[in-house]
Design a binder for this molecule. Structure first.
Ligand code: ATP
Length: 247
């Protein structure tokens, strides 16, 4: 069964008084193979974050269906999904461990059984165990990104969705995030993460979904994409010449 199936997603943001409406997702359809890592790649403004927000119903799509493990989003299926937003809100007065506790409570209410063990496990995975009692305001950008990932893997989800997890990090920070994701791949996690860089995908992904101006340009395995197009620019060019897409 697919970990996620998206069919016919459309989203228009209504313009203001003198602004035009913006149709930012156009019949977006793709699915994620369970246990595989899929990269969601597209230039800035192509519709990646809007798509991801629609998955969780943070933004209501105009049309389309979304199913996680064959089910509509609901409390039961939510516990199987970990999510890191592109710009997570981090309460800087909380310590790393308190931040995880906040997210645990949002998921499980006041049931604290297993929290201590899971928090330790997540913080160890992202190499923040020693910094767990420090306030987030003292964390570096890389540490903040890693505590965000710790929050996303805290409940041992089956599917992890990360919006631009490598964005703004230096090469060491990017390498660290990639190592964390590789560890999650090893334990069979289905991963879906977005980036505007194809390079980020090459090291980690088996599958690729390419979006441009709200339209899916490619969905399939990464080796086939690379052998046909080699780069995003080439893919846009080839498809434009074919007249297949409004690229
Ligand atoms: N709330 C909103 N109201 C109006 N337009 C929006 C809104 N949110 C996003 N958009 C527009 O929708 C389009 C897609 O934006 P989105 O953030 O999904 O792109 P993205 O691929 O995630 O880009 P980036 O890589 O820069 O994060 C953009 O043109 C953006 O300006």
């Amino acid at each position: 069964m697919a970990a996620l199936t998206v069919e016919g997603l459309n989203k228009t943001f209504r313009g203001g008084l003198f602004e035009k409406d913006r149709h930012v997702l156009r019949d977006v359809s793709f699915s994620l193979r369970e246990g595989q890592t899929t990269g969601f790649v597209g230039s800035n403004g192509s519709g990646k974050t809007t798509t991801i927000k629609c998955l969780f119903d943070f933004i209501h799509p105009d049309s389309g269906t979304i199913r996680f493990f064959g089910q509509e989003i609901g409390n039961e299926v939510k516990t199987r999904i970990g999510y890191l937003p592109e710009r997570p809100y981090l309460y800087e007065f909380l310590t790393g461990e308190e931040f995880l506790k906040l997210h645990w409570n949002l998921c499980y209410g006041s049931v604290t059984k297993d929290f201590a063990e899971r928090a330790k496990e997540s913080l160890r995975k992202v190499d923040l165990l020693e910094a767990k009692d420090r306030r987030l305001r003292t964390y570096s950008k890389g540490m903040l990104q890693r505590v965000g990932i710790a929050q996303a893997i805290l409940t041992r989800p089956d599917l992890l969705i990360l919006d631009e997890p490598m964005s703004g990090l230096d090469p060491d920070g990017r390498a660290m995030v990639k190592d964390i994701l590789r560890e999650e791949q090893k334990r069979g996690m289905t991963l879906f993460f977005s980036s505007h860089l194809l390079q980020d995908m090459e090291e980690l992904c088996s599958d690729l979904v390419v979006i441009n101006k709200g339209q899916i340009l490619y969905k399939g395995d990464l080796p086939t994409f690379m052998s046909e197009f080699q780069s995003l620019e080439k893919a846009f060019q080839v498809l434009k010449n074919k007249g297949a897409m409004d690229v």
